[in-house]
Design a protein around this ligand. Structure first.
Ligand SMILES: Cc1cc2nc3c(=O)[nH]c(=O)nc-3n(C[C@H](O)[C@H](O)[C@H](O)COP(=O)(O)OP(=O)(O)OC[C@H]3O[C@@H](n4cnc5c(N)ncnc54)[C@H](O)[C@@H]3O)c2cc1C
Length: 486
């Protein structure tokens, strides 16, 4: 059959992109179908961005095993794929006798899971690690870390793309059928695609796709978490994420340093059935600030620069009990279909081990030949701001576009923006350029640079102003001229 893919991955978030990247090690024709216009518009761009240690999950679960593996490999992966990652550690802070019992149990569970670098510490050591924290003792996880979830997802996707994977954006899968040869036919908003293997990495859409594959009966609920982002002024006050003592199913509202020097506060955990609403109500922001202030007293409204939210897809049983990751091939119902359900936290930490686990199941059913041309390395866009003065001067001499700062808050240069506009995935939305460069992410939130960025997209990609989209289809920034020139 002409145009037959070996594998089509549904969903281009960090899981779909990790699967695509790991599959590109083999000699296969691979496509990724993504309904949005970029790879991190849903859960992959809406989380705490913490690389977890692996202590918080039931021993023997896939969540525990793949999280520990993901944590272990994150340093090497960050070097290979050139995304920012910092192993800064994190603390779980307690005050009461019950808190201490829970932390001891958490630590035992962590050790049974194979997590390393866990330690119970007293108040003095806690204050050495995080000076302003409020608490009497803590569990310190020295191997936990933080990363940039946009850069991470983009790096996985770009490396997949450089190794031959084709990305199709604005391509929502609306139906799945099989022909007499067992090949899958995927109806999408951009026409039909055919493949031998299909991978369901649809995140919040996992149940819908699972049903389309004929694997019915999963119950998936949404847990929505809201966040506040604080100004970079606060970053130096928080050297590592500070968590309260966790419950069995929820990590609690934490304060987290970001890789770029901001601080985030959140998330709450509201059960939701609408997977498209990302608004953050004022009362939730107040609740987050009040709750986090009990851990870390530097939260002031004057430092709020933005809010955001994310929704976790939780697979639950009939009683509502949260289940493990499900990564399966159901030969009797949907042969050659890899079905991933309930990839909630720690999906960010575990993305590559999840992908490898899924591919192992494919390899039990079909021999995969290696792709001799596979290149595991990818280069990201150099952050001008992070260089020394000598390095900056050298770059400006080589390319004067580095001498023109377009985003003043985050000091992003014209040269970086040009590279982002001509990105390998062909993403051209304003938010796509923002995620790739941090322009529009600073204190003024694009007040200064957004217009310049729009003009650059127009010029570089030959678009009309009315064709420039903020993030999604229908999010035009300009609808026409307010007045015609005489
Ligand atoms: C509040 C919150 C905090 C978190 N914090 C952490 C953390 O600190 N550490 C950690 O390890 N994990 C964390 N996670 C979990 C982690 O973010 C997720 O496990 C991970 O992002 C899941 O990636 P994904 O690719 O499965 O999902 P997504 O990023 O949602 O990707 C799925 C993609 O499928 C696409 N799609 C859906 N349906 C269709 C369709 N029909 N056709 C085509 N495309 C489709 C969507 O558009 C989407 O892009 C957190 C999650 C949340 C919500």
């Amino acid at each position: 059959m002409e145009n037959l893919y070996d594998v089509l991955v549904i969903g281009g978030g960090m899981i779909g992109s990790a699967v695509a990247r790991e599959l590109s090690r083999y000699d296969l024709r691979i496509g990724v179908l993504e309904k949005n216009l970029d790879v991190c518009y849903e859960t992959s761009g809406r989380n705490s961005a913490v690389v977890h240690g692996g202590f918080a999950y039931d021993t023997g679960s896939l969540k525990a095993r793949l999280c520990v593996e993901g944590n272990r490999m994150m340093g090497d992966l960050a070097k290979e794929l050139d995304f920012p990652f910092l192993r800064c550690g994190k603390v779980l802070v307690g005050n009461t006798k019950e808190d201490m019992e829970t932390l001891k149990r958490t630590m035992e569970q962590g050790e049974a899971n194979g997590a390393v670098g866990l330690e119970l510490i007293d108040e003095e050591r806690l204050h050495e690690l995080v000076p302003a924290v409020v608490g009497k003792f803590a569990m310190f996880s020295s191997r936990s870390g933080i990363l940039d979830p946009f850069q991470y997802t983009i790096a996985l996707a770009e490396n997949a793309c450089e190794n031959g994977v084709e990305y199709f954006f604005d391509s929502e899968v609306t139906g799945i059928g099989r022909d007499e040869e067992g090949n899958y036919h995927l109806a999408t908003t951009q026409g039909e695609f055919a493949c031998r293997w299909v991978v369901n990495a649809a995140g919040l859409g996992c149940k819908t796709i699972s049903d389309m594959l004929g694997i019915e009966g999963y119950r998936v609920i949404g847990s929505k978490g809201d966040y506040i982002i604080l100004d970079k002024r606060t970053g130096p006050l928080l050297p590592m994420p500070v968590y309260p003592v966790p419950s069995n199913t929820y990590m609690g509202i934490h304060v987290t340093n970001t890789i770029d020097g901001n601080v985030t506060i959140g998330p709450n955990a509201d059960m939701v059935s609408d997977f498209r609403y990302y608004g953050v109500p004022q009362e939730n922001m107040d609740y987050l600030a009040e709750s986090a202030s009990q851990l870390w007293p530097h939260i002031h409204k004057a430092d709020y620069i933005r809010n955001y939210s994310g929704i976790l897809p939780k697979w639950v049983d009939e009683q509502g009990v949260i289940q493990d990751f499900k990564i399966e091939i159901r030969d009797e119902l949907a042969p050659r279909a890899v079905n991933l359900v309930g990839i909630e936290s720690p999906g960010l930490t575990a993305a590559v081990p999840i992908a490898r686990y899924a591919i192992e199941q494919m390899k039990e059913r079909e021999e995969l030949r290696e792709n001799p041309a596979f290149n595991p390395c990818r280069k990201g866009i150099v952050r001008f701001e992070s260089l020394s003065t000598e390095e900056q001067e050298k770059l400006i001499r080589e390319n004067p576009d580095y001498g023109e700062v377009i985003c003043r808050c985050e000091k992003v240069t014209r040269a970086e923006l040009l590279q982002a506009i001509h990105n390998p995935l062909g993403v051209s939305t304003l938010v796509g350029i923002k995620y790739r460069t941090r322009s529009m992410m600073g204190r003024c939130q694009g007040g200064y640079c957004q217009m310049r960025l729009e003009q650059m997209i127009e010029e570089e990609l030959g678009k009309k102003e009315t064709e420039i989209l903020y993030a999604r289809q229908g999010s035009q920034v300009f609808f026409g001229k307010v007045r015609e020139e005489a």
